[in-house]
Design a protein around this ligand. Structure first.
Ligand code: FEO
Length: 170
């Protein structure tokens, strides 16, 4: 059974994962309209992955005797300045998600909720990977700068990378 405090923290995390999915979906749609098909594919998959992160939490809360609340979501941005801006937003957002996951872990320890603490370790590990991936993307994007040929190759690389389905662990 989860305590009220842990249940509240998990429900807040459900909202953050849902917002992440919407945010990346908005980025994917923007990229697709700019002809950045590889980038769009990568971001559509990333949005799906975030939905799985949300779903995994929903199921866990309900299994533990709580009630997972499906939240209302704000409209994400429609326009992005450029591809640099998209990946900077992605990196900043993942850093924010990591902070939020760490807060949930902290609350679990405070409440001596070891099963939820154990469950949350999957998210801790996932955030290390997601932040590293976002940083690698950002480094590449910065290296390319305004070089159109470089951008073309970056987008094509993302198309190949996204051809491998992502295991969201659900
Ligand atoms: Fe579910 Fe990318 O954090």
């Amino acid at each position: 059974m989860v305590s009220n405090k842990v249940e509240k923290a998990l429900n807040e995390q459900i909202k953050i994962e849902a917002e992440s999915s919407q945010f990346y979906l908005a980025m994917a749609s923007w990229a697709e309209t700019k002809g950045l098909n590889g980038t769009a594919l990568f971001l559509y998959q990333h949005a799906d992955e975030e939905r799985m992160h949300m779903l995994k939490l929903v199921k866990f809360v309900n299994e533990r005797g709580g009630h997972a609340i499906i939240p209302a979501l704000d409209q994400p941005p429609v326009e992005f300045e450029n591809i640099q801006n998209v990946f900077q937003n992605l990196l900043d957002h993942e850093v924010f998600v990591t902070t939020s996951i760490n807060k949930v872990v902290d609350i679990c320890l405070g409440e001596k909720d070891y099963p939820t603490h154990n469950f949350m370790q999957w998210y801790v590990a996932e955030q290390i990977e997601e932040e590293a991936l976002a940083r690698t993307m950002m480094d590449k994007i910065n290296m390319i700068g305004t070089d159109k040929g470089g951008l073309y190759l970056f987008d094509r690389d993302l198309e190949n990378l996204s051809a491998t389905p992502i295991d969201a662990g659900v």
